[in-house]
Structure formats: structure tokens, C-alpha cells
Ligand binder design. Structure first.
Ligand code: HXC
Ligand code: NAP
Length: 306
């Protein structure tokens, strides 16, 4: 497969998403970027959000050069409700209400829980738990005031069902978003706003690998390198994820509401799909992982423009 999708990678007819206006948090990289690409190719206008303006601009240009259409990058820190509000004012002014929101942005790193500080917990919870709720709330108020329908999908993990040792702030925060999905699916259904979630297994991305499998050179333990325990023996294919996201965003899936769908090759059924394998790590392995993760955090922070 080339770096970009072709029409053969998508299971939908061209133009399926024409008229749809989709905002994807964390859409400049990784899974957010491939969902943005699929929506764009099918005719949607796509807004991508992140803190590194340069990354967003490069992704927007790359996708439009490959496929045409309209992708707009907007630098915004979803931990800041006022910044979300201002950003959404601009999005609404640029063509009206969004028709879909993808809560995809996240922060995560593996760590023994006893090594976390309160700020370490907040670093993850403020993005995943609070930031995704703030995005949903600000969009929701607008949709309700305008009587507009919409589809919201949140990108979770299968740990929402069984927890995940060594990524406890993420497991707690994603479980909270799972509760948000189930709750608002009911509360706002009569307003035409529906909520579903996707729980991916391992889909290799730079952001995930650097923080969840930082010792790839030596074989790793908790990341995607050893897939022998996955029933399908492989990681996810980005096309599989992108097609599922399009399905849930499109109005023809409207009766699907309040669901969290795993896309993991059956790993959750077989192994629980979490980081319990890291129980055998030594102090030295944890020290090396922490140093590698912090180096990635420092590099990414230096590129932030908000
Ligand atoms: C313990 C750590 C740590 C580590 C950071 N901290 N790394 N604690 N172990 N490895 C602590 C710091 O010491 C500090 O606390 C606090 O966390 C904040 O650190 P900062 O570097 O200042 O944080 P910040 O700049 O806010 O960055 C947030 C971040 C960063 C979450 C730490 O990684 C980030 O922005 N990530 C975004 C991208 C990302 O994470 N993508 C992965 C998603 S993948 P003190 O007390 O020392 O000040 C994913 C996949 C799941 O979710 C499913 C897989 C199957
Ligand atoms: P990624 O590339 O690191 O994506 C995370 C994105 O979130 C980045 O684009 C980042 O951009 C953005 N972000 C982080 N904090 C933000 C903030 N405060 N405000 C705005 N944007 C912010 O990792 P990924 O693997 O694609 O992960 C995407 C989603 O999939 C996450 O929810 C993750 O938990 C989930 N997931 C991934 C996997 C996997 O195997 N990859 C498996 C299960 C679930 P900036 O740093 O520029 O802000």
C-alpha cells in the first residue's frame, strides 16, 4: 500500500460524505490522520486539531495535494475550554455546523503507577478525559441550540472493559469517555445527536510506539512487536479503522447509538488486550523506558505552537 489511500481502500462509493463537516482532534497524526484522509476522499470537509501547528499544516497540505478537497488545520489545545470555544467559532463561521466530531486526541505513556506524580496523572487525564468532554460539550451546545443532528465518535481502547496495568491514567480516562458515550447516547438521542466509540487494538503509529513500546530495539513487551498472542497474528490495517469510522459518521448508520466497537482481531477476547505482560519488567527496563518516553515528550513539546 502507498502512503495514501486509493479508492480501492475504501468500501464506500465516491461522494458518500459530500456535505459532511467533520472535526477530528489529533487529526494531524496517526489514526486521526487516516480517518481524516478517508473522510476527505469521500467528499467531506475536514478540520484537524492539535497543538503543533506545523504538523497540522503539513498534514492538511499533504492530504489536499493527494486528493483535493478541503482540510483545515487549527492549532488548539483541547485542555483549554476557552481555546476550544474560539476555535469552534471559527469552524462554524467557515461553513456552518459540524456534522461529526471524532474525539481522537490523547496522551499516554507506560509507567509503573507508583512512579506517577499528580502532574503525570493530569498530563493524560486533562487531554483524554477532560479535553474530550470539553470538545463534546461545546459542540453539543451548538447543535442543540441550532437543532442540528450530528454523530460523535470517541477513539477508546478495549481497556475500558478490563482496565490496563501500567497505563492506569489512560485506562481510567478512556473508561470515563466510554461512560460519556453511553450516557449522552441516551440523553441527546431525541436531539439527533448520537454517540458511538471505537476501541482499536494495536495500529502502529509514531506517537503510540514511542510511548507504549519505547524499547522496540530489544524486542519490547507491551507494544505491537510480538503479535503471536493476537488471534489474527497481526496488527491492525489503517484501512480497516478508517472504513469503520466513516460508517459510524455517516447518517445512514444513525440507528447505531451508544455502542463501543472493538477493532482488534479478537485480541480482547483472547488476552484482554492490555499491558499485563509488563509485570515481568525489571527496574532497569522501566528506567530505560521512562528515559526514552521523556525524550519523545520533550521533542514534541518543542514543536507545539499553542
Ligand atoms: C512517569 C512521566 C512520564 C513517564 C512524563 N511524565 N512522562 N511520569 N513516567 N514516562 C510526567 C512528567 O514527569 C510530569 O510530571 C508530567 O508527566 C507532565 O510531563 P510533561 O512532559 O510536561 O507533559 P506534557 O508536555 O503535558 O505532555 C503530555 C504527555 C505527552 C501526555 C506526557 O506524552 C503528550 O503530549 N502526548 C501526546 C501524544 C501521545 O501521547 N500519543 C500516544 C497516544 S497512543 P512532574 O510531576 O515530573 O512535573 C494511545 C494508544 C493506546 O493512547 C492503546 C494501545 C493499544
Ligand atoms: P498520536 O499520533 O500520538 O495521536 C495523538 C494526537 O493527539 C496527536 O496528533 C496530538 O497532537 C493530539 N493531541 C494530544 N494532546 C492534545 C491536546 N491537548 N490538544 C489537541 N490535540 C492533542 O497517537 P495515535 O496512535 O494516532 O492515537 C490516536 C488515538 O487512538 C488516541 O486516542 C489513542 O489512545 C487511540 N488508540 C491508538 C491505538 C494505536 O494502536 N495507535 C490503539 C488504541 C487506541 P499534538 O501533540 O500536536 O497536540
Amino acid at each position: 500500500m502507498s502512503d495514501h489511500f486509493t479508492a480501492d481502500d475504501l468500501m464506500f462509493k465516491p461522494g458518500l460524505m459530500k456535505g459532511e463537516r467533520i472535526l477530528i482532534t489529533g487529526g494531524g497524526t496517526g489514526l486521526g490522520k487516516v480517518m481524516a484522509e478517508a473522510c476527505l476522499m469521500l467528499g467531506a470537509t475536514v478540520y484537524i486539531i492539535g497543538r503543533r501547528g506545523g504538523v497540522l499544516d503539513a498534514t492538511a497540505k499533504e492530504l489536499m495535494d493527494a486528493h483535493g478537497g478541503k482540510v483545515v488545520g487549527k492549532a488548539c489545545d483541547i485542555r483549554v475550554p476557552e481555546a476550544i470555544h474560539d476555535m469552534l467559532d471559527e469552524v462554524w463561521a467557515d461553513g456552518g455546523a459540524l456534522t461529526g466530531l471524532v474525539n481522537n486526541a490523547a496522551g499516554n505513556f507506560i509507567s509503573r503507577t507508583q512512579d506517577l506524580s499528580p502532574r503525570g496523572f493530569d498530563a493524560i487525564a486533562n487531554i483524554v478525559f477532560r479535553g474530550s468532554f470539553f470538545m463534546t460539550l461545546d459542540c453539543g451546545k451548538r447543535w442543540i441550540a441550532e437543532g442540528k443532528s450530528a454523530s460523535v465518535i470517541s477513539i477508546l481502547t478495549t481497556w475500558v472493559w478490563n482496565g490496563s496495568p501500567f497505563t492506569v491514567p489512560s485506562a481510567m480516562s478512556k473508561a470515563g469517555l466510554n461512560a460519556m458515550t453511553q450516557s449522552l447516547a441516551v440523553e441527546w438521542a431525541d436531539k439527533g445527536i448520537r454517540f458511538n466509540a471505537i476501541a482499536p487494538g494495536p495500529f502502529p503509529t509514531e506517537g503510540m510506539s514511542a510511548r507504549l513500546n519505547p524499547d522496540q530495539e530489544s524486542g519490547g513487551g507491551g507494544g505491537y512487536r510480538d503479535m503471536s498472542s493476537n488471534p489474527m497474528g497481526r496488527v491492525g490495517d489503517m484501512r480497516e479503522l478508517a472504513n469503520l469510522a466513516v460508517y459510524l459518521l455517516h447518517p445512514l448508520s444513525t440507528y447505531v447509538n451508544g455502542q463501543t466497537i472493538a477493532i482488534d482481531g479478537g485480541a480482547f477476547q483472547a488476552t484482554g488486550g492490555n499491558f499485563s505482560g509488563l509485570r515481568s519488567w525489571s527496574d532497569d527496563q522501566w528506567k530505560a523506558a521512562s528515559e526514552a518516553i521523556r525524550a519523545t515528550n520533550d521533542k514534541d513539546r518543542a514543536a507545539r505552537t499553542v
